[in-house]
Design a protein around this ligand. Structure first.
Ligand code: RNT
Ligand code: ZN
Length: 425
């Protein structure tokens, strides 16, 4: 889609915007710089509909579901990496890439999830090093026969529990190898769907078993500074409508006790519950947060993330709390009904926008108004901010980062679709 924005126009509009923000005590140059420096962890699984490389068909189980069959799903590591690189070129600022354990490349050999090793991720680690894209990791407790009962680490069956315990231990070693390889910690995010469709008679025992399993897995010491252990809760999923073992309260308590990070997925709460207000409260008790930006829509928690009020207020809260360096920003959704590269790009550009907007807030003035008891001024300022020339600063950010400005990226996606994606049959 054509954009009429030439570089000259962008610079001129930016100059005027810069003055408008400066009048409120905000440096837009600095906002752009600081925003671009924040790494966004892009989730690999949007690129292949959460199928992975184990030879499975469509995603099944684990309370999550991909729908749609838009052409061009990535079918192997090379396609997924090539697609990701292309998407990265459309997304301004620093990027990371998050992969699941079932994206292991085992060269046709059958390797159980309980036996995967860092060497099965050599392709990923070489790519990561070459492209300077740090990796994050996720054990995969779904889409597997050992997860068919609906229970994994919380299973009452010791054989099943042992299998998943070996899996999580293997995953932590792999994440730590990523951290070693990239010289900075890899986030290892633990999410499991264990739960039940209808009201259980015993809610406690599975939670005790999950706690004990996590205790055992996390007690394995790894090189310091190579891994950030994180736990992700959920309110309900498909087939776990009545009960999820790893609920918010469960992991909040667990993480506070163990001093590990919590992952807040924006789609994992009651449909009217949002995460912004949780941030300052949780950061008092745990070292940090991973945020999975997603978009809940009715029963689904995994629609493409957009520049929504929820995303914007989460970014605002994080900036206000002064906690940017304690947050890992990530995307988590999967939509197979649209071009997958566009899906990545829409979510990531929106999140970058949310962060920029938060950096452009006249924080000092807002706090001053509040301290003086002038809450009408606080509200008035917030309202005025909504119509400041934000898009001029956003366009300038894209220009500075060498990323396509405005709608220009959509043409690129269409060309790639024709040249590359449509040839995958
Ligand atoms: C599912 C969780 C989880 C997954 C990924 C694939 O509800 O949000 O993070 O989406 O691990
Ligand atoms: Zn998630």
């Amino acid at each position: 889609m054509k954009t009429t924005l030439t570089n000259d126009k962008i610079e001129n509009m930016y100059a005027a915007a810069k003055e408008a923000y400066a009048a409120l005590g905000v440096s837009s140059d600095r906002a752009i710089r600081d925003t671009l420096a924040i790494p966004l962890s892009i989730h690999c699984w949007q690129g292949d509909d959460v199928v992975g490389f184990e030879g499975a068909g469509a995603l099944s189980g684990g309370g999550i579901l991909t729908t749609g069959n838009y052409p061009g799903r990535a079918r192997n590591g090379n396609e997924l990496r090539t697609d990701a690189e292309f998407a990265f070129s459309l997304i301004p600022g620093k990027k990371r890439f998050s992969i699941h354990s079932f994206y292991a490349e085992v060269n046709g050999k059958k390797t159980g999830r309980d036996k995967i090793e860092p060497e099965h991720f050599a392709g990923w680690m070489n790519w990561s090093k070459k492209k300077k894209i740090p990796l994050d990791f996720n054990p995969s407790f779904f889409a597997h026969p050992m997860a068919d009962s609906g229970y994994t680490l919380a299973s009452a069956d010791p054989k099943i529990r042992k299998f998943w315990l070996d899996h999580i231990k293997a995953c932590r070693r792999i994440a730590s190898a990523f951290g070693e390889n990239q010289g900075s910690p890899a986030v290892n995010n633990i999410w499991l769907a264990d739960g039940s469709k209808d009201y259980p008679a015993d809610r406690l025992s599975p939670r005790e078993r999950l706690r004990d399993a996590l205790d055992e897995a996390l007690s394995v010491k790894l090189s310091p500074g190579t891994i950030t252990d994180t736990v992700e809760s959920k309110l309900f999923g498909i087939g776990s409508e009545a009960y999820v073992v790893g609920s918010h309260e469960f992991y909040m308590g667990y993480a506070a006790q163990k001093k590990i990070n919590v992952c807040l997925d924006t789609g994992h709460f009651h449909p009217t519950e949002t995460i912004a207000d949780k941030i300052s409260a949780m950061l008092l008790f745990i070292p940090g947060l991973l945020i999975h930006f997603s978009r809940g829509l009715r029963w689904d928690s995994d629609h493409v993330a957009t520049f929504s009020d929820e995303m914007r207020s989460a970014c605002q809260e994080i900036k206000r709390t002064g906690a940017i360096n304690r947050i890992d920003f990530a995307l988590d959704y999967f939509d197979a009904s649209i071009n997958r590269i566009a899906a990545w790009t829409i979510g990531a550009r929106s999140l970058r926008k949310g962060l920029l907007e938060a950096h452009l807030e006249p924080a000092r003035l807002l706090v001053e108004a509040e301290k003086k008891g002038k809450n009408h001024e606080r509200l008035a300022l917030l309202e005025e901010c909504k119509t400041l020339p934000f898009s001029a600063v956003w366009d300038k950010l894209c220009l500075n980062a060498g990323a396509p400005v405005s709608t220009a990226w959509m043409d690129e996606v269409n060309k790639y679709e024709e040249k590359v994606l449509c040839k995958r049959r």
